[in-house]
Design a protein around this ligand. Sequence first.
Ligand code: GLY
Length: 565
Amino acid sequence: MLKMIKGNSLLLGVIIFSSINSFCFAQVVAPNGMVVSSNAVASKVGVDILKKGGNAIDAAVATAFALAVTHPTAGNIGGGGFLVFMPDSGEVTTIDFREKAPLAATPTMFLDDKGKLPKNNNHEGLKTVGVPGTVAGLYLAHQKYGKLNWADLVQPAVDLAKNGFIIPKGLFKEASKLLAAEDTNQFIQNYFKNSESKITPIGKIWKQAALAKTLEAIRDKGKDGFYKGEIAREIADFMQKNRGIITMKDLESYTAIERKPIKGKYKEFDIYSMPPPSSGGVALVEMMNMMELANLDSIPFNSAEYLHLLAEVMRRAYADRAEYLGDPDFNLEMPLDKLTSKEFAKMRFRNLNKNKASISDSSAFGHPYDGNNTTHFSVADKDGNAVSLTYTLEYAYGSRLGDEKLGFIFNNEMGDFNPVPGITNRKGQIGTSPNLIAPEKRMLSSMTPTIVSKNRKPYLIIGSPGGRTIINTVFQTVVNVLEYEMPIDKAIEAMKIHHQWLPDEIVFEKNLMSPKSRKDLEKMGHKTKAVNNLGSLMGITYDEKLKVFIGASDTSSPDGGAVGY
Ligand code: GLY
């Protein structure tokens, strides 16, 4: 309901309840274009760009910079991410702007003298900062595919930082929690301050003068405004003074890379998603291929039998993720075609027992949970261009460290590398070689920005935050829309489960699984674990008959919003 009121004041388009399906989640419907992100103000920035004649790439660039101001938990210029672009004609493409390990990084840099990993050592402190990629990625996307002037796309973010914006409920709650934590550092304490109080109160204007200045340099000088000159010098000096390892040379040599997407097919739909260094696209397509082999007509949706099937499909894809995937520039032999082929899915599906859990062999591979804070947004324009973009600082507020003169937060993405070479265990630590640390290497990601097309037109644009759970929440939402023809809001809100091979357990959203299903799953041999929430999906579908975009933001994202026109 909140979102409907919010949408109503922002939209020219029609807003409807999805009451036809007896659900009270809100959909936003608009004929000309749409942006769905985890902050409604940033979504509106993107739609304003579309209204000015910008295309989906222009809107994505403006939305990403706006989120760096209004959604600092994950919106960023100090992190990295991935963008999938479907142009109205021509090939689908992707931009990889994942962070890179600094030149001084080594495979054992987070271990102590005894070769052990001290708790959180790969997620705390400035050594955990990867060379940021966001500005380079947005710049490359704009240079190749944008229409409007770069400066006009950065300006709305400058305005939001300089003039401020009203602190929304979700951000206020997060900030309060962060400040209440015992180990809150000085940077974070000063970050949320305004002139009267240590945290800008809910409903009051929050200004970020230092960030505005950094954004002005990016506005005026493009990519070089960040990676060369004064800002780069300040970053390097700050790192050197505080035992970080990023240098001017690291910044100058950072490049975003355009890569061919991972492509899959499910029935009449084409699926495009992110290739390595994200594992998202490969695992998603592998799982969709296995789902096509299941006789879904005979399995009731969300029954224990169905959830068992999902978990077994997930287990297999995550095992392959662990064994094979890493930065493609360092792993030249990754069998991507094989992993995403229908034949391979048949082979993986063959030993799937309909009634009994398999066992994840911890003598081989495994994975810990990631930090669950990343952000995704989806964009569609009137000409049929679509963008699916997920970017991150790794943890919420990344390293929680930054330079007050620059006003932005550094990522702690180095924690996404396998930290202990050769050590893989049942708890989920993994030490396989494709994702060990090396200078200038990109850490393996789970981000899964995805576009599904039908008859070469965008049909579903989707993605989510959530660390290693991302692939599975996107997977289930894609299945919900393509297989069960659910409207986007219902597909997003439906219960999600997560299995990542190791630890060997089904994680599920509390209160959404019936006690009977849980018991039945346990009888089949699964361990189960309840969590509050999995993912925060931001999606757009296109209704061919009505010729409208329909968007929804996950209700777990309190400040999120779909905005269209
Ligand atoms: N930091 C989350 C991911 O890249 O998967």
